[in-house]
Design a binder for this molecule. Structure first.
Ligand code: 4NP
Length: 158
C-alpha cells in the first residue's frame, strides 16, 4: 500500500480537492487496495473546519464531494506514514522541508505541478482571496496532476 499526503496552507481549498480528485481516480482505476491518500495544511488556523464552501461548490459541479476536515501536518506521524508528501506551491515545499527531520523525510517531498501532463503551471495558485476563475483553475490543474501522479505510481517506482 502506498500512501500519499496532499499539503497546502489551510487544508480547506487545494489539498482537500486534491484528495477528493485522487480518491475518485483510485476508484476509477480499481486501486483501492494499493493506494491511499489524505490531506493536511502547513498552518493550523483552519484546523477542525470543513473545506471552504466555495471550493466545495465548484468541486461538486465536477462530481467531487469534499468531505475532509482540516488538520495541520504532524511531522512525526506524517513523515513516518506517507511515501509521497506533495505540496501545492513553493512555499508549501519550503515549509515542509523545514518540518522534515532528516534527508529521508526530505526526499519524500514533491511539488504537485511536477506531475502535470498537460497544464503548464509551476504551482497550484491559492484561490482563497480570488474569484470563481481561481477555483476552476485549481480543479483544472489538480485533475491534470492527479492523473499524472496515478500514472506515475502505476508505471514506475520513483
Ligand atoms: P488552501 O487555501 O491553502 O488551498 O486551503 C487557503 C485557505 C485559507 C487561507 C489561505 C489559503 N487563509 O489565509 O485563511
Amino acid at each position: 500500500m502506498e500512501q500519499v499526503l496532499f499539503v497546502c496552507l489551510g487544508n480547506i481549498c487545494r489539498s482537500p480537492s486534491a484528495e477528493a480528485i485522487f480518491n475518485a481516480l483510485i476508484v476509477k482505476n480499481g486501486l483501492e487496495g494499493e493506494l491511499q491518500c489524505d490531506s493536511a495544511g502547513t498552518a493550523a488556523y483552519h484546523s477542525g473546519d470543513q473545506a471552504d464552501y466555495r471550493m466545495k461548490q465548484f468541486a461538486q459541479k465536477r462530481g467531487y464531494r469534499l468531505t475532509s476536515i482540516s488538520r495541520p501536518v504532524d511531522p512525526e506521524r506524517d513523515f513516518d506514514r506517507f511515501d509521497y508528501i506533495i505540496g501545492m506551491d513553493r512555499q508549501n515545499i519550503r515549509d515542509l522541508k523545514a518540518m522534515a527531520r532528516n534527508e529521508n523525510d526530505r526526499k519524500n517531498i514533491f511539488l504537485m505541478t511536477d506531475f502535470c501532463q498537460n497544464m503548464k503551471y509551476d504551482s497550484v495558485p491559492d484561490p482563497y482571496y480570488g474569484g470563481a476563475g481561481g477555483f476552476e483553475l485549481v480543479l483544472d490543474i489538480l485533475e491534470d496532476a492527479c492523473e499524472g501522479l496515478i500514472n506515475k505510481l502505476q508505471n514506475d517506482s520513483f
